[in-house]
Design a protein around this ligand. Structure first.
Ligand code: ZN
Length: 99
């Protein structure tokens, strides 16, 4: 997995810079260019969120564990999501629609 690069100066971002990515507010620290995620990148991030929603519910149905454990599992999966999501970003110069 490779971290995304700035669309303007082609310099790579650092993982911790992308932990809290806000559409259009993220700027490159080298050239100051605003970063917008591509449509493809938005879809890939969305696909990553699906297991966070479905895996805990499915496991609760199969193994009958408590609601508290389901919340703990959701929280844990969100941590995993935030850890790997920066690797799925791609940036462009203009805001792109989701569809
Ligand atoms: Zn840049």
């Amino acid at each position: 997995m490779v971290l995304p690069i700035c669309w303007s100066c082609q310099k790579p971002f650092r993982w911790k810079e992308l932990l809290f990515f806000i559409e259009g507010r993220k700027k490159c620290k080298h050239c100051g260019a605003k970063q917008y995620s591509t449509t493809h990148s938005k879809w890939r991030s969305g696909v990553l969120v699906l297991p966070i929603v479905f895996i805990p519910s499915l496991l609760r149905l199969l193994f009958d564990f408590s609601f508290i454990w389901q919340l703990v599992l959701i929280f844990g999966l969100f941590i995993v999501f935030f850890a790997i999501a920066p690797f799925y970003y791609q940036f462009t110069d203009k805001e792109q629609p989701l569809f």
